[in-house]
Design a protein around this ligand. Structure first.
Ligand code: ZN
Ligand code: ZN
Length: 372
């Protein structure tokens, strides 16, 4: 599946998107996590871009999110949907859609549907290189119990694809007036009792970095939990050069929808905060309606290595967090191992049964002797 290599992403309409060719040999340059440079796989030419990478810039307001401001994002990119797994990706305008990084099928179809695409505000650059990802994978697979002996060979037939996964990161100021019942525990042991007080007050919370995954697919994938821990403090300003050589998944949960989810979480934190502020042991009915101001959203791309491989016509997938190296995946279980385990269970259960029958015979024999 060499073709995976050719899915490159230049998403912005900036100058640099046009210059992603190697000045020495004309091949397509890729961002190399190991060196922080754009490098050429063919002639080894390397262009250091660390100087040009900026700290994260201005975030979107809620109004921007609703009106899709900044939609110039897609002018020089192509959108492709996977007909097999539903994955939605953004590709380099020069590239032909190849294999889907999520399911490995070659059913990526280009589409013109570019509604609601904002330019990313931030990127978490890949820290784990592809070579490191391969090592992490081999180490992980060697610890998988009951996996077939030829699994590694089959998996190695496919390549790792670097995918940028979309995230929303919210900051906001909140101001909440509250009133309600707060319980305090007095005494101890058998004499313990709770006294309830009606109290009211104001609680202020400044929310920083409330993170919501913007991919419906990954949000529903149990595998994702194992690799979803990103440190957003390392976020850089969006720069198309950081994306050279990678695929970006487009967001399927838009900003306004993500903000609703974020508000739910923030509401829970505010309730906890009010309880702590009142130093209460219990909270009863409390009335509070947070007010939000200065809401800012960053649309951030987070790095993941994906390997999808077929075993007995079934697709299996392994994900590696491109920042931390956490690994999460499903592997096929070997039939031979399963049969062996069933046999052991069978033998154990069989011997229990045999023992019980033997006991019954002995008991029957004893009572027969006693009855005489
Ligand atoms: Zn070159
Ligand atoms: Zn797919």
């Amino acid at each position: 599946m060499e073709n995976n290599e050719n899915i490159n992403v230049n998403m912005a309409a900036s100058e640099s998107a046009d210059n992603k060719k190697c000045p020495s040999c004309g091949a397509t340059l890729k961002y190399d996590p190991a060196t922080g440079a754009l490098s050429c796989e063919f002639c080894g030419r390397s262009i250091d871009i660390r100087q040009q990478i900026q700290p994260p810039g201005v975030a979107y307001s809620l109004e921007d999110l609703a009106s899709h401001a900044g939609a110039h994002y897609l002018q020089k990119a192509k959108i492709a949907n996977c007909a097999t797994c539903g994955g939605r990706f953004i590709l380099n305008a020069q590239d032909i859609a190849n294999n889907c990084p999520y399911c490995g099928s070659n059913s990526l179809n280009e589409t013109d549907d570019r509604t609601g695409m904002l330019e990313p505000t931030g990127v978490l650059p890949f820290k784990i290189s592809k070579d490191e990802a391969v090592k992490l994978f081999e180490n992980w697979i060697s610890k998988q119990r009951f996996s077939p002996a030829d699994l590694l060979t089959k998996a190695k037939a496919t390549d790792f694809t670097g995918v940028y996964v979309p995230y929303w990161v919210f900051d906001a100021n909140t101001y909440t007036e509250y009133s309600g019942k707060f319980g305090y525990i007095y005494g101890s042991g058998d004499d313990e009792y709770i006294k309830w007080y009606n109290k009211s007050g104001v609680y202020k919370l400044n929310v920083k970095g409330e993170t919501i995954i913007a991919s419906q697919r990954l949000a529903a994938d149990p595998l994702w939990n194992g690799v979803s821990g990103f440190n957003m403090n390392f976020m850089k300003k969006y720069d198309p050069d950081l994306l050279a050589g990678f695929v970006a998944e487009r967001y399927s949960i838009d900003g306004p929808a993500a903000w609703l989810t974020a508000k739910d979480r923030i509401r829970g934190n505010i309730k906890m905060g009010i309880k702590n502020q009142e130093r209460a042991d219990r909270v009863g009915d409390i009335k509070f309606e947070p007010g939000y101001s200065n809401v800012r959203a960053k649309y951030c791309l987070a790095p993941v290595w994906v390997r999808s491989f077929k075993y007995n016509d079934q697709v299996f997938q392994v994900l590696i967090n491109g920042q931390t190296g956490d690994v999460s995946g499903r592997t096929p279980k070997s039939l031979r191992f399963l049969l062996r385990i069933l046999m052991i269970i069978g033998i154990v259960m069989g011997s229990f049964l045999a023992l019980r029958v033997l006991m019954m015979i002995i008991r029957a024999f004893i009572s027969f002797l006693q009855s005489r």
